[in-house]
Ligand binder design. Sequence first.
Ligand SMILES: Nc1ncnc2c1ncn2[C@@H]1O[C@H](COP(=O)(O)OP(=O)(O)O)[C@@H](O)[C@H]1O
Ligand SMILES: [Mg+2]
Length: 237
Amino acid sequence: MTTLQTAQPLPIVSMQQAGKQFGNGPGAIVALANITTEIHDGEFIALCGPSGSGKSTLLNLMAGIDYPTSGQVYLLGNDLSLLNDQQTARLRADAIGFVFQFFNLLPVLSVFDNVYYPLMLNGFSRRVAQQRVMEMLERVGLAAHYQRIPSELSGGQQQRVAIARALVKRPRLVVADEPTGNLDSRTGQEIIDLLLTMNQQLKTTFVISTHSLALRDQAKRVLEIRDGKLEYDSVSV
Ligand SMILES: Nc1ncnc2c1ncn2[C@@H]1O[C@H](COP(=O)(O)OP(=O)(O)O)[C@@H](O)[C@H]1O
Ligand SMILES: [Mg+2]
């Protein structure tokens, strides 16, 4: 009798002994060393570690924003070292959404246009995109404010717009770099709740760097880095 093998789902991100060094020679900084890990569909991961431990660098490698200087990073099965910049940019535009600590909204654009922006870059007309933008603003609780500009919103509201912008193209993975780092703890908790809800409702995968113990407690998986090394993974792959 033959044994049927269960097909392993392709990870969204696979890192094999990935490292990142900035500069060369005696002044070189080893930001990451020998990171081996996988990210799978549906995960909600808190990436923890002190300032300077390599969290942002790791998120940048996972998202194909930056390249490893040793080892391999595979994004949706593609070895990033074999793609040119344009191919990597295409993959990123299709598959990855970003959320930042300081929101990074475009200040002169309305809430609607900030969320529409990634769809515009992917070739959607404003008319075709309208329903998707408004549905996403509905999900983050900001549909009523679609005509405002970012400076007319609170910090928490601006981060909700940024989350809508990250999610509107339905990416496989959202990386968020300290998304509650610029918010008071109550507003931060509201943002954590929203990210958890989006993970449940849309099945979007999240990797979120954070100093928040609340987020660490509520994440399905915790990764901890220290001095560029992966010290702990609550779900060892
Ligand atoms: N572009 C860069 N050039 C040189 N060093 C960098 C650069 N980016 C980050 N680093 C260094 O890499 C290490 C990790 O930084 P980072 O990933 O930003 O940590 P974290 O996000 O955990 O605070 C730090 O020592 C930082 O100074
Ligand atoms: Mg950082």
